[in-house]
Design a protein around this ligand. Structure first.
Ligand SMILES: [Zn+2]
Ligand SMILES: [Zn+2]
Length: 53
């Protein structure tokens, strides 16, 4: 499995869902992803910290 590294300041889940087609594979074409909706409404619980140096 190839996985993009999540850049600093990004939400790992949203990043993966945005770039990994398989993340939404179980959803209907126009069906909302509960996890993504939750983040849009409640915000992201975790963001990748920015690396120092
Ligand atoms: Zn998120
Ligand atoms: Zn999603």
């Amino acid at each position: 499995m190839s996985r993009r590294e999540v850049p600093p300041g990004e939400c790992p889940q949203c990043w993966q869902h945005a770039y990994d087609r398989n993340a939404h594979r179980h959803l209907a074409p126009r069906e909302d992803c509960p996890q993504c909706v939750d983040h849009m409404i409640n915000g992201h619980p975790y963001l990748v910290p920015k690396k120092s140096v």
